[in-house]
Design a protein around this ligand. Structure first.
Ligand code: SF4
Length: 410
């Protein structure tokens, strides 16, 4: 059934030390459950590993133009959002997406939250091609009726060993540690599994989380919300698979791939402020596939890196020294009623350096992970840059200083 949801009401914040109790399911939008925003309805389309075939790129671009505001937002999980959708348009959108293979399971569409190293298998780095794991995990997830009970926020992260996505806060994180082996991390512990078992192990871990959440009775959406004494235990995975516990397994940390060429037949570009017009999305073709990334860009596989100048001419970010690389913003006005400003219009890049995120209110939707510069709209038309008041007209020098000056980790 298609439904438009009102803006979500946050669960009460727990007292310090008290477990969070969720009194309702999560209100995350999906492709079938639309969110009602000030600029129309919003549909969020889960794309496991960000993957779109060439045909799906065309369908998404056409849907944005025919039904939405003509743009596609790339989320911090590499999913796609369509905005500005009219009342009742869900009845047109769903069949379009389903026909293109973008809605393989209506009951599971909001739980297909899988991020994988986007350049895996393309640039010779990494211990294994985790894009293949992502496809198998998605198929297994959609085939498991119980998995529809996961929240729309539960996240699987699959890292090929380079450490580019391990910092994204996965509930279940798989890391390729050798061509034939993976570490599965959950709740601060890890087990070693055979690479061939990795997708199955991730699903077993998610099932262990659901069991623990039900036993706790607090309605937890994420592993970190489980109360003391009810932790989901990776050792449960050992009962389902031949897995050895790994004492002191450490998650690798590495930078995201830079915009530019990725090996001989792939490239990486970023979308300015995380939004692609339908024309810019189509400009990524011809390609074998497009992978939307958690850094709000796209890895394009099966294409000639010599196309980068043409993509730059289309307005895409193709070089790591672009000042707009690493600049993101929430929806802001006019799409979000909570916003104090049109943050996307006000955003200035400053000089290249740390990522910078512009927010219209203290929720800071879609902010980056790790270390980043916080630019927050303030009452009266100004901003707070990392907490310091700055008039809107002085944002450029203040953001440059914050992005380039040495600092401690947030
Ligand atoms: S951070 Fe931005 S998009 Fe999120 S609620 Fe606040 S104003 Fe709206």
């Amino acid at each position: 059934m298609l439904a438009a949801m009102p803006p979500p009401v946050p669960s009460p914040t727990p007292a310090p030390g008290a477990p969070r109790v969720r009194e309702r399911g999560d209100a995350c939008p999906g492709a079938l459950r639309l969110h009602s925003a000030d600029d129309g309805h919003l549909a969020r389309l889960r794309l496991p590993a960000g993957r779109l075939t060439a045909r799906q790129v065309e369908v998404l671009a056409d849907a944005a133009e025919a039904l939405g505001d003509g743009r596609i937002s790339v989320t911090s999980r590499g999913n796609a959002e369509l905005r500005g959708l009219a009342d009742g348009c869900g009845a047109e959108l769903a069949p379009l997406l389903a026909e293109a293979g973008l809605l393989p399971s209506p009951t599971h569409e909001r739980v297909r939250n899988i991020v994988a190293s986007p350049a895996s298998g393309l640039d010779g780095l990494g211990a294994a091609d985790v894009q293949l794991w992502a496809r198998e995990l998605d198929e297994r997830l959609c085939a498991a009726p119980w998995a529809a009970g996961l929240s729309g926020r539960f996240l699987f992260v699959l890292d090929d060993g380079r450490g580019d996505v391990t910092g994204l806060g996965g509930d279940v994180t798989l890391v390729a540690v050798a061509p034939d082996a993976a570490h599965l991390h959950m709740g601060g512990r890890a087990v070693r599994v055979a690479a061939a078992d990795a997708p199955r192990a991730a699903l077993a871990a998610a099932r262990a989380f659901l069991s623990a959440a039900r036993a706790a009775g607090t309605g937890a959406w994420r592993v970190r919300e489980l109360p003391e004494g009810h932790q989901a235990d990776v050792r449960d995975v050992r009962k389902a698979l031949a897995a050895e516990e790994v004492p002191e397994a450490v998650l690798p940390q590495g930078p995201p791939p830079a915009p530019g060429p990725l090996g001989p037949a792939a490239l990486h570009v970023l979308a300015p402020l995380g939004r692609l017009t339908a024309g810019r999305l189509r400009a990524l073709l011809p390609a074998d596939e497009v992978r939307l990334t958690p850094w709000r860009g796209a890895v394009v596989a099966g294409t000639d890196p010599a196309r980068l100048p043409a993509l730059e001419a289309h307005g895409l970010i193709t070089r790591p020294d672009s000042p707009w690389a690493g600049v993101s913003a929430c929806t802001g006005r006019p799409g979000c009623a909570k916003s104090l400003a049109d943050v996307r219009a006000d955003a200035v890049p400053g000089r290249p350096g740390l990522p910078v995120h512009y927010s219209g209110c203290e929720r800071r939707c879609g902010h980056p992970h790790g270390d980043w510069v916080d630019v927050l709209a303030a009452p009266g038309g100004g901003y707070l840059v990392d907490g310091a008041p700055v008039p809107r007209t002085d944002l450029a020098p203040a953001v440059t200083t914050a992005r380039t000056a040495p600092r401690t980790t947030r």
